[in-house]
Design a protein around this ligand. Structure first.
Ligand code: SF4
Length: 366
């Protein structure tokens, strides 16, 4: 890792929720004053329940939507006001993998056309060069060159997400953002797709930003993790550290939802009750206090700020130093073969799959 590739300062996005005929419109603060530094070459995970603002944050970071306030700097350049060719060049370097492989691929286009489309849009290569690139990309995601002539409906969910990955990689991006890239897939397929992403990240030197509502998905691949609640980051740090020693009760609750295939491995199950509060009128004090099992009087009145809590670590909780929260041990965040072996063990332990490197067979006949 060489330095910061993406930096956000005071990043804020407001949406008008509804505009009555008379009176004030309701405003949702989807992302609220976020500061973030993403390092080149790392896998950075953003996690939290649905509606916490993580997908909006990802779209702000890639300038898919404009910020209401704040700035984003990519490779030393402020991208907040980009338009025209400069914005198209940015798109080439920063690509998205969307959540739903069933709706994100145009069913009327062949797989080859879908993967070549970004190349055509950016004017990259001759038709013959684009065909060669499509074949190469299909190989990289564990599919075959002849699959270029088929249509998305001929593939399984996991295979369609591989096509989505190949399409995202077509322009040779430096940053790939996966917005819940596996949550629409069967659990047994998730590890395969995550593993492909991780292998490609290593091979191509990508910076990977993974959005997930489930910490289990990013457990074995994230270098660092930011936990979001109601539009704000409540905890950030080295993933292994955050998993082993969470400092925010919300992180502890998310961790306690991860299944551990070992009897008695978990002493306490921290449950959070109910739904997140309405983001139009977030509660005063700590935004999490209405659901926090450790809340005290100060939590109801004083808003905790995100503050330093050890090397590379930040947390926003009044009681972070007093609480002894329970985490889970994650093996060292090594890369490559070691990561593949960890996935294999994890998957085998859950009785799901054992061959994580082998693409599932094509469902249709030759
Ligand atoms: Fe819970 Fe209070 Fe910490 Fe908020 S500040 S997470 S309510 S203990």
């Amino acid at each position: 890792m060489t330095g910061t590739i993406l930096q956000a300062r005071g990043l804020t996005r407001r949406f008008v929720a509804n505009k009555p005929l008379f009176g004030e419109a309701s405003v949702v603060q989807a992302v609220n004053g976020i500061d973030l530094d993403i390092r080149e070459g790392e896998t950075f995970a953003i996690v939290g329940e649905s509606g916490c603002g993580k997908s909006t944050l990802a779209r702000l970071l890639s300038h898919l939507i404009p910020a209401s306030e704040g700035s984003v700097v990519y490779n030393g350049r402020d991208i907040s006001g980009l338009s025209g060719k400069a914005l198209r060049d940015l798109r080439r370097e920063m690509q998205f993998i969307f959540q739903d492989p069933f709706s994100s691929l145009n069913p009327r286009m062949t797989v080859g056309s879908l993967i070549a489309e970004p190349l055509r849009i950016h004017g990259i290569g001759t038709p013959a060069e684009r065909r060669a690139k499509v074949a190469e990309l299909l190989g990289k995601v564990g599919l075959r060159p002849e699959h270029a002539d088929r249509y998305p409906h001929e593939f399984s969910g996991g295979q369609r997400q591989r096509i989505g990955i190949a399409r995202a990689l077509a322009t040779g991006p430096k940053v790939v953002i996966g917005d819940e890239p596996v949550s629409a897939l069967d659990v047994s397929i998730q590890a395969q797709v995550v593993n492909i992403l991780e292998d490609l990240k290593e091979e191509l030197g990508l910076t990977l930003i993974i959005i997930a509502h489930d910490l289990a998905v990013i457990r074995h691949i994230a270098d660092r993790v930011a936990v979001m609640y109601l539009g704000e980051i409540v905890e950030l740090g080295d993933a292994a550290e955050v998993f082993a020693r969470p400092q925010h009760p919300y992180t502890e609750a998310l961790l306690s939802a991860i299944p551990i295939p070992m009897a008695g491995a978990r002493k306490v199950q921290t449950k959070i009750e109910g739904d997140p509060p309405n983001p139009i009128s977030p509660p005063p004090g700590c935004r999490f206090h209405t659901r926090c099992p450790y809340a005290q009087e100060i939590c109801r009145t004083e808003r905790p700020r995100l503050r330093d809590a050890g090397p590379g670590r930040q947390v926003s909780c009044h009681l972070a130093e007093e609480l002894a929260l329970e985490g889970i041990q994650v093996e060292a965040q090594a890369r490559g073969d070691a990561a593949a072996r960890r996935f294999a063990r994890y998957s085998a332990a859950q009785g799901q799959i054992t061959q994580v490197k082998t693409p599932e067979p094509i469902a249709t006949e030759e």
